[in-house]
Design a protein around this ligand. Structure first.
Ligand code: BJW
Length: 233
């Protein structure tokens, strides 16, 4: 295994599957039970905020019982022990990378344990249920609090930083993502065009599997620790 100086790792729902967090597009995934148009667009929130709050309240409650798995811990170990740069860009809104010890993490689709005030733009750590009656702790106005997540049609967070990191990366790993949601699905092409070696680690070939130099298929909790071990050796 060559030495890589700047590693960018994209993670998706599959890395948290073995922690008991549902994925989106697997046969028993979230989108098999809910319509995207009902719960994951700004239009849905404007039309029926109570339904959208109920969806995220349930996921926030479920989050309190979940723990990182071997894949999250392996990435935290990589950040700790690798001499070069390691950046995790996650599409996940759970807090499992941080719980495992990763520090250099970008949540491009937001965070379940934060709330965002649509009146004043303030962000707050949030563990309780949200409702249309919830007032913003900063501006005091009711009816504007929403989960701090990125819905379809909204701009993902910190894209400038992500594209800068992709342009400098010499290794790009994609872990546990179906490669169906943009712009994340386009990151492999960006990194590859900039000269990075690209590797997919996923349970099965993703939609974009052909774009990677290398593909490793299996559960994240097994293949990620093994890959990290090889990188650090
Ligand atoms: C395992 C495993 C195990 C299982 N081990 N692996 C047409 C073309 C191109 C783009 C578009 C288009 N039409 C619309 C768009 C844009 C749209 C988009 O991409 N749509 C596509 C569906 C086509 N994108 C957007 O709107 C984004 N914004 C944007 O583009 O802004 C630019 C812009 C804005 C405005 C104007 C103009 C431009 C925003 C996307 C937001 C996505 N939001 C969600 C919800 C977030 C909050 C929440 O969690 O509720 O993000 S949707 C959902 O999908 C969530 C995820 O982060 C995201 C990706 O899912 P992920 O992680 O890949 O999960 P799965 O379930 O799909 O895959 C899991 C994988 O794991 C599978 O492969 C399994 O095999 C594997 N797996 N167990 C390893 N144990």
């Amino acid at each position: 295994m060559p030495y890589y100086e700047r590693i960018v790792i994209l993670t998706g729902a599959g890395i948290s599957a073995e922690s008991g967090v549902a994925t989106f597009r697997d046969k028993d995934g979230i989108w098999a039970k809910y319509n995207i148009e009902d719960v994951a667009t700004p239009e849905a929130f404007a039309r029926d905020p109570a339904k959208v709050h109920a969806f995220y309240n349930e996921r926030r409650r479920a989050h309190s019982g979940v723990e990182p798995n071997a894949a999250h811990f392996a990435l935290a170990r990589l950040e700790r022990e690798h001499e070069g740069e390691v950046l995790v860009v996650t599409q996940n809104i759970d807090a499992l990378h941080e719980a495992a010890g990763s520090r250099n993490v970008i949540h491009m689709h937001g965070e379940l344990l934060k709330a965002l005030c649509s009146h004043c733009g303030a962000r707050h750590p949030w563990r309780d249920d949200l409702s249309i009656e919830t007032s913003c702790p900063a501006c005091g106005l009711p009816a504007g609090m929403r989960p701090d997540v990125v819905w379809f049609g909204e701009m993902p967070y910190r894209l400038d930083e992500i594209y800068t990191a992709l342009a400098r990366a010499d290794l790009f790993l994609s872990i546990g993502t179906s490669g169906t949601v943009y712009p994340a699905a386009g990151f492999v092409a960006e990194a590859r065009a900039a000269g990075a070696h690209t590797v997919e680690l996923n349970l099965e070939p993703s939609d974009g599997a052909a774009l990677f130099h290398e593909t490793i298929h299996g559960p994240a909790g097994t293949v990620v620790p093994a890959y990290v071990e090889r990188l650090l050796r």
